[in-house]
Structure formats: C-alpha cells, structure tokens
Design a binder for this molecule. Sequence first.
Ligand code: 13P
Ligand code: SF4
Length: 311
Amino acid sequence: NFAGLDLLEEIDRLRKDRNAVILAHYYQDPQIQDLADFVGDSLDLSKKAAETDADVIAFCGVRFMAETAKILSPEKTVVLPDMDAGCSLEDSCPPDAFRRFREEHPDHIALTYINCSAEVKALSDIIVTSSSVEKILNQLPQDQKIIFAPDRHLGGYFSRKLGRDMLLWPGACIVHEAFSEKELLKLKAEHPGAPVAAHPECPPHILDHADHVGSTSSILDYVLGLEAETIIVATEPHIIHQMEKAAPQKTFIGAPGADGNCNCNMCPFMAMNTLEKLYICLRDLEPRIEIPEDVRVGAKKSLDRMLEMAS
Ligand code: 13P
Ligand code: SF4
C-alpha cells in the first residue's frame, strides 16, 4: 500500500492506460516478476524490447538493460523505476579507457558482454549475452583476434571451454564474485549428489564445481529438467522464485557467500527497483532513458550483429 493506493491495481490500470509492457529480469523482486508481462534473461528481454508494439516499456532490470531496449526501439518511451540501478560490470569499463584499450590493439575485434554502457556498445563490434556468446564465438574464424570485455570470468570460462585465446578486460560482477568455494563445498557435503548450476559470471573456483554453467534462462531450463530433489543455484537468488513456482516439490538452495548464506549475493542494483518506483515511473513516465543519437546508432550496430548471429 502506497499513500492509500493498491499498488498492484494501480500499476495494472496504468499499464493499460499507457499501452505499456512491463519487462522484468529474473533477479527482480518476486512481486515484480509476478506482475510483469514477460520475465527473461538479457537476450530474451532484448528480443522482446525489439518486437513489442507497446508505446511504453517499463523495464524492471538494471540500466544497461533498459538502455538496450531504447537502442533497439527508439520510438518507444522506455522508463526505468530507478535510474541509479547500474551494474558493477558497466562501472568497471569506462568508455574512454575502453577506447584507449581498443586503440592499443587495432588488430583485435571487440566482443562485448551486454552488461556495459551504451557508449561502450558503440565502441564494440559485436555484443554478446551469456546465452548467445558460445554460438557467436563459434561463427568467428579461429585465428580472429578478440578483445572480450568487461567480464573476465565469463570471457575466461568461454575461452577455456572453446579453446580460444581472448584478451580479457579485467571486470567482474560483485554479486557472482561473492560466492565462497569453502562454503559451497560444505553445502555440497551436506547435500550429497545435489547438482550445482552456475552463471558464467562466477569465478573459476566456483565454476569448477558446477554441473551446468549458463545464462539465467539456461539455469532455469536445466534445473527444471533434472530428476534431483535438491539443487544448488550459484547465481543471484531471486531466480529461485521461478524455480519454486515451476517445481514446488523440489528444494533449491542459493549458493553461499563467506557468511554461509546467500544474502550477500543479492544484486544491490536490481534491488533498487520497487513496486512504488514502478508505479511512479508508469504514472509520470519518468525517469526516462535518453541516449544521444550518434551513440544509439553505434550501439545498435553491435547489438544488431548479436541478434543476427544469435538467431
Ligand atoms: P543473463 O543474461 O544470464 O540473464 O545475465 C544477466 C546478468 O546480469 C547476470 O548477472
Ligand atoms: Fe550487474 Fe552483477 Fe547485478 Fe548482473 S548481478 S546486474 S552483472 S552487478
């Protein structure tokens, strides 16, 4: 309840009045996931944003995701409940430093993870997400020199998996870096045989213990296809909401941080979006994503290459 309003009802009314679509990432609060028109991983959400015929996209995720929606659908109004919902990977890759890095390696193409600013996308050749990177890398000639930014763990994982040497930008996600190998091993010992599903943003000492490594939607598909009764999930724990909805008879345990529980692995940026702020952004159509046209056009080129190569 917000100032005497039934927020869920108001959000629903505004969604219709504004001809708005509410897109949400799996790391959002369960209430937001449940009221969204579509919940997905970064690739699915960008496809939805590119296809929708709504006038307004209310993006419940972090800023780079909402920017991606605006880059692909510039004629739409894109609102983000909290404009401060950033991402540590984006922060780790400032556009000027990235430009200089590219200039130092003129014979490399830049394959860039979607978790970056619109400016960095405009400085890149091809954007990838965790669910499209393998397919895209497999289409590039083996001798192609590649810069991979900004996530060194994700880049390192696919570099090892596919036997491709890539020049890795030294960025990381603060959420996935917080998992503790020692606590994970303790948890595995307490639940013998429980499979571990992990996101490739995890560091290698966590990925080494994983039975499956993939994007949020691939983790979801994997765990729902398993016979196992208990499954350990090494990614942001709000995704467990979808798992519990789809398989209430199973037990899903968030992989622990150093304190032995999964609270330190909640994404502080995703948590900035609340029902109240979603209501306000649908009501006021603010805060709104705006991107300078030259940056948008540059960023669209590298995003379009991803959408072509991933389809
Ligand atoms: P996915 O594309 O796998 O949903 O990942 C998004 C993200 O930010 C993971 O931290
Ligand atoms: Fe960025 Fe990590 Fe949060 Fe994903 S979980 S949005 S990579 S800080």
